[in-house]
Design a protein around this ligand. Structure first.
Ligand code: GLC
Length: 438
């Protein structure tokens, strides 16, 4: 990984937690954003949702307050998804929010509202476009019209599509102020890299937004990382890897074994775009632990919400984000700016680390004293509950005497007794080590 990427991603690696927002006219049929492809729906049929889209409750300031309350430091909104519909006022198409009942540039309002809350802003942009006439259809593996005889011998001008796509990216990077993240999506088969004229695209983007952080999907997808994970990243390798719906077992490293910036993107239920019959939401305590897991492996978590057709973030998501926020309120010091600890993973949870400070994320109550795996009794200067700053008693006692290599703590007064975890989700202990163990 080169120095430039390291410099650029500094804030991103510190931020650790962001909000993904999948929103578009697909919120009307409410089956997720791939519905057009899954149902093999022709453009003319799908456009019905364009006519119906009327987000009367769209209040990006409320979304921004929620993201902030949850402890999220950045947010990424789908400016355009695969269906080709634009939430922004593109001069290059009529298929945009300004021409729906909304009648406004919804991207601009999003950017303003989130910036006002001090949240960094990013835009997702689909390089795939199922609405554009010059995008491949018959032989494409994802297009709604794949295998459809009507398009078998159709002649398209892909360069015309590329000019359109590049033009829209230009609109986004020139017309909306400083963007912190650009999230392209996605490459597959030969639809990859220079097929998108990726080096030209990136050159243009960097002219206007030199510091913007870009994902790796001009080359990659949830399936592969692309050249960012090699010894010589290409100009369009992007700045971070984007594992999807999976936490990489050991983080993500390049060929030289150096950790590269990565960001898990994950849904809260099982869909990105709003789905009114999907109530399989992951509970807040699980998501909190997964966030800590990402950080303990050197990565970020971009957690998705799929606002409904009226523009509201589903109640379940609001509830979960509020619960995450209550935990973050007391424990975010163990998340922001933290990363992999040099001390191996303990059995009861995880360690994260920032400088010399090690944070123990205890997710399982010990029987008797808590062994601080990997830390010797003489190495520990002090241990504190992060949530209230109070000191935790040492747990060395008669029955720990034979385990001389390990420091122990107790959650109560009597070290050989068993106590419940103060925070059942993840009790964070701030460990101050002697010398420079960090
Ligand atoms: C996928 C999907 C998409 C979603 C994205 C988020 O590649 O095509 O619908 O937006 O991943 O990571």
């Amino acid at each position: 990984m080169n120095q430039e990427i390291r410099e650029r991603t500094k804030w991103f690696m510190d931020a650790r937690f962001g909000m993904f927002i999948h929103w578009g006219i697909y919120a009307v049929p409410a089956c997720g954003e791939w519905m057009m492809s899954q149902k093999r729906m022709p453009v003319e049929e799908y456009e019905r949702y364009f006519d119906l889209f009327d987000p009367v409750d769209y209040d990006p300031a409320a979304w921004a307050r929620l993201a902030k309350k949850a402890g999220m430091k950045y947010a990424v909104l789908t400016a355009k998804h695969h269906d080709g519909f634009c939430l922004f006022d593109s001069a290059l198409t009529d298929y945009k929010a300004t021409n729906t009942k909304a009648g406004r540039d919804l991207v601009r309002e999003f950017l303003e509202a989130f910036r006002a809350e001090g949240i960094r802003v990013g835009l997702y942009f689909s390089v795939i476009d199922w609405h554009h006439p010059d995008f491949p259809k018959y032989a494409d593996r994802n297009h709604p019209m794949r295998g459809c005889e009507r398009f078998k011998d159709e002649v398209i001008d892909f360069d015309k599509y590329l000019a359109y796509m590049h033009g829209q990216v230009r609109e986004l990077v020139t017309g909306y102020g400083k963007l912190d993240i650009l999230w392209f999506d996605f490459s597959y088969d030969d639809m990859c890299g220079e097929k998108w004229k990726a080096s030209e695209l990136i050159k243009m983007v960097r002219t206007y937004q030199p510091d913007v952080i870009i994902d790796n999907r001009l080359e990659g997808s949830g399936e592969k990382n692309g050249s960012i994970a090699t010894a010589s990243p290409l100009s369009y390798s992007g700045d971070f890897a984007s594992p999807e719906q999976i936490i990489p077992p050991e983080g993500i490293r390049d060929e030289q074994g150096e950790l590269i910036p990565w960001e898990l993107c994950a849904t809260m239920n099982n869909h990105w775009g709003y789905c009114n019959c999907d109530h399989e939401f992951k509970p807040a305590d699980m998501l909190i632990r997964k966030l800590a897991e990402c950080v303990s492996k050197g990565g970020n978590m971009l957690l998705n919400v799929g606002p409904d057709a009226r523009g509201r973030i589903p109640d379940e998501s609001v509830r979960i984000l509020t619960q995450i926020g209550a935990w973050m309120d007391k424990n975010s010091e163990s998340i922001y700016g933290c990363g992999i600890s040099r001390i191996p993973k303990p059995e009861w949870g995880r360690y994260t680390q920032k400088g010399d400070i090690v944070y123990a994320h205890v997710c399982e109550a010990p029987l008797g004293s808590l062994p601080l795996y990997g830390i010797g009794p003489d190495e520990l200067e002090g241990a504190f509950y992060l949530a209230d700053g109070s000191e935790i008693r040492r747990g060395e006692t008669w029955n720990t005497a034979q385990f001389k290599k390990t420091a122990f703590l107790t959650f109560g007064e009597e070290a050989s007794f068993t106590y419940p975890l103060p925070d059942k989700t993840d009790t964070v202990l701030k460990l101050v080590l002697k010398g420079n163990r960090g």
